[in-house]
Design a protein around this ligand. Structure first.
Ligand SMILES: NC(=O)c1ccc[n+]([C@@H]2O[C@H](COP(=O)([O-])OP(=O)(O)OC[C@H]3O[C@@H](n4cnc5c(N)ncnc54)[C@H](O)[C@@H]3O)[C@@H](O)[C@H]2O)c1
Length: 328
């Protein structure tokens, strides 16, 4: 099958593109390289059936030309990362809403089907995890930039289902919960690469807030496997599906796990959100997925545990020749 991966030069997109190529699909990758990198595409470029187009999902004509050439679209291109979102709320809203609109409209015209990458962020202020796909989305005030990302993803989902209803577009929406692994960068606020880099460099691991807030971490290879299974499963069409791990871990415990894996003596320090981001930032205390729907669609899966994920990232970071630490 010939598919388009928007955001294919990014963290998840590049792993997904590799997996698609490995199973014999042809991949057209559209990415503006704003947070993605050419280097992420090294393995893809070595394969036949891969093509990279540098450009934006905001370029409606370009999106239409790309979509016309494929039978399916994995729409991952987005402004991502807490720091980036806080600094650029309007670019976040525009890219994530208008870009998604262009992709969906082009796919509906071309008869291509779509998988849209959404986020656990849409559950917002819901304080009762695990979050099920049909739970209400409790978003915060629109004048707080932190909500621009969650709002944009919720609108993207709404647009996807509107196109499905009005134009018969086959669409699957996946809500990722903290995907981690090789190639993820810490510079936009991603916690695991930030901790790994600091631990290896012997610098303080900065825990924002009290560290009791919890998250569930899923290895990118397991996320990609779930995405491909959902893509292949006709019953997933027309559905929102959580993709994550059930194991909940505090950020303090994550910092301790990374420090132990790196055999590092770097201190773990606590930093108020205002100091970390230059403005007040509402964080969620807990975030965990209800996985019944995912399991019902693709079956039970064995996934990598956090200790082995962290060990992999620490040894990859330590092997970096220049700094001895994985740079964000
Ligand atoms: N990593 C996670 O834990 C996580 C969690 C929830 C949702 N997601 C979603 O998964 C998708 C991939 O995220 P990621 O973690 O790989 O981040 P990433 O930043 O590595 O990937 C996003 C990609 O989109 C590209 N991009 C941004 N704006 C673009 C534009 N206008 N036109 C074309 N390309 C553009 C970037 O260059 C980058 O390659 C995103 O949609 C994100 O919202 C990720």
């Amino acid at each position: 099958m010939r598919v388009l991966v928007t955001g294919g030069a990014g963290f998840i997109g590049s792993h997904l593109s590799e997996a698609l190529l490995a199973r014999g699909d042809e991949v057209l990758c559209l990415d503006d390289l704003s947070t993605g990198r050419e280097a992420n595409l090294e393995l893809c470029r070595a394969q036949t059936g891969f093509e990279f187009v540098r450009g934006s999902v905001l370029d409606e004509a370009l999106v239409a030309r790309c979509v016309k050439r494929v039978e399916g679209v994995f729409h991952l291109a987005a402004r991502v990362g807490v720091r980036l979102v806080l600094e650029q709320p309007s670019a976040t809203l525009e890219t994530n809403v208008l870009g998604t609109r262009h992709v969906l409209a082009a796919a509906a015209r071309a008869g291509a089907r779509v998988l849209f990458a959404s986020s656990s962020e849409v559950y917002g202020r819901n304080e009762h995890p695990p979050f099920a796909e049909d739970d209400p989305l409790l978003l915060g005030a629109t004048n707080e930039p932190r909500w621009s990302y969650a709002s944009s993803k919720a609108l993207g989902e709404g647009l996807a289902f509107a196109h499905a209803r009005e134009q018969g577009l086959p669409v699957v929406v996946v809500r990722f919960f903290n995907v981690v692994g090789p190639r993820q960068r810490g510079s936009y606020g991603m916690v695991v690469p930030r901790f790994v880099r600091a631990a290896l460099a012997g610098e303080p691991l900065e825990v924002y807030g009290d560290g009791a807030q919890t998250r569930c971490f899923l290895h990118v290879a397991d996320a990609v496997a779930a995405v491909l299974s959902l893509w292949d499963e006709p019953r997933a069409r027309g559905q929102v599906v959580n993709v994550g791990s059930a194991r909940e871990l505090s950020i303090q415990a994550l910092a301790e796990c990374v420090r132990a894996a790196a055999a590092s003596r770097a201190p773990i320090v606590h930093m108020p959100y205002r100091e970390a981001y230059g403005m007040a930032m509402e964080d969620f205390r807990r975030r965990a997925p209800e996985l019944t729907r995912l399991t019902g669609l693709i079956g039970a899966r064995t996934i990598r545990d956090l200790e082995s994920i962290v060990a992999e990232l620490v040894s990859a970071g330590a092997a970096q020749p220049t700094s001895g630490a994985q740079r964000p």
